[in-house]
Design a protein around this ligand. Sequence first.
Ligand code: PLP
Length: 480
Amino acid sequence: MRSHLLNGLTAEHYRRSVTEGVERVAAKLAATERPFTGVAVDELSPRVDAIDLDRPLGDTAAVLDELEDVYLKDAVYFHHPRYLAHLNCPVVIPAVLGEAVLSAVNSSLDTWDQSAGGTLIERKLIDWTTARIGLGPAADGVFTSGGSQSNLQALLLAREEAKSEDLGKLRIFASEAGHFSVQKSAKLLGLGPDAVVTVPVDRDKRMQTLALARELERCQAEGLVPMAVVATAGTTDFGSIDPLPEIAELCDRHGAWMHVDAAYGCGLLASRKYRHRIDGIERADSVTVDYHKSFFQPVSSSALLVRDAATLRHATYHAEYLNPRRAVRERIPNQVDKSLQTTRRFDALKLWLTLRVMGADGIGELFDEVCDLAVQGWHLLAADPRYDVVVEPSLSTLVFRFIPAAVTDPAEIDRANLHARKALFASGDAVVAGTKVGGRHYLKFTLLNPETTPSDIAAVLDLIAGHAEQYLGESLDRAS
Ligand SMILES: *Cc1c(COP(=O)(O)O)cnc(C)c1O
């Protein structure tokens, strides 16, 4: 079994195994004709169930054959131009190379004595990101597992900075289009059930700052503490960007921590064309970025950035076995002092190789392409009488609903849209997402693939209409 342990003696085995795996995936990616096979749970689960984990196959090729059957064959492929559903991106090759390097070397970024140069690479990328945001000379941050964790940590810092004796009095303000990790974080942080105040959005799904001002005033009038405002720079559903400068003003006035959740919109940090859309982000106390959404990085790759490095102390504990207090005096950079995690992947390496190969402009241009594609898609939808489209895109999302001329019952239209999404998924021809707007079921394209073309969008709209019409036809038959 020693032959499976990666070391100097097994370097050749490592090379062969990884190459074999890479060959399979490369062949797969070249051959996938649809983003999904449409496999059903009931069809796939017996294949997984049948495998006896206590009887290993030993041989890499046999295991890869088996993996083909239980995973690769029926996986959902984000690199396919007709995968248009969630905030998943096709990944750039330098980052995939980074993934292979980082897991082979297997550094852990918690302490210097487990990562050395990896620590410095992560720190340099944090500085690069804070400079792009414009957070100023005292800024710092840390890589995290994802936007949810970044938001949790931001709100932990905000809670500690609010210095309130009574957690029940703390309030967080976020728009109704904000991410649900804000609610989850409030719960984890021991805040009361009413801690998150939902602020309405305008027609463009941006937080209404007049409503925010009113809520902040009411909060203070009631003797409560405005702990934080979470502005979303790129809402998950619409890609809408809250008015950051106005929100910054209100945070200043009320002494609230300003957190910008730019999990999605962070791609604009690399864009020369559209960077201005997130102007005001530089006034944040903390920012969430998900490189694994709009920087085309493989999961996971995310960071939390803060204006004032000193606030990260709220996540610091010292342990003799890991990061003793004296290490701080000795100026040993232990990233665990800033993190909620202990053992932590060297995800930063992926972004590092991406920037060294492609440069920031290379990433920004890819993101610009999908933003431009969304505008083209919006024009298609706006001109198509079969569809109602919600807002003009600020990033790369389109939310729309099939509205047949002959049907007036909104509940029947809901069912037709739900059916179309399911039928499309089962066909594997394309994958789209769904959400609710004003209580009604809508469909959603999240465009993150620069290979997707306007004619892909048009074709998928035809497929959706076909499935919805078929459903309505059958439902007419049922009624008669
Ligand atoms: C995706 C997303 C998150 C959560 O990020 P994960 O990486 O999925 O944990 C948070 N906020 C917004 C606005 C998002 O779109």
